[in-house]
Design a protein around this ligand. Sequence first.
Ligand SMILES: [Zn+2]
Length: 88
Amino acid sequence: MKKRQVVVKQRKSSYTTTSSSSNIRYVECQKNHAANIGGYAVDGCREFMASGGGDALTCAACGCHRNFHRREVETEVVSHVQYEAYGQ
Ligand SMILES: [Zn+2]
């Protein structure tokens, strides 16, 4: 009498990958250009653009320091669930 052995190998795995990325943008310039005369006036710059020449903290459009621009953080969280089966 023969014995027959059948081995079924099955390996399943699942894993979750989560990736998040945050983008920091510097938007409207909020520097008060009329502070010295007791008023309030902004220059209307809508978005910080680093000026060239090694000065990455000065806005090319309005000439103000980056700190005067409102900081906006966009966070994106992406989750993937993947199922993989082997041995079929
Ligand atoms: Zn400005």
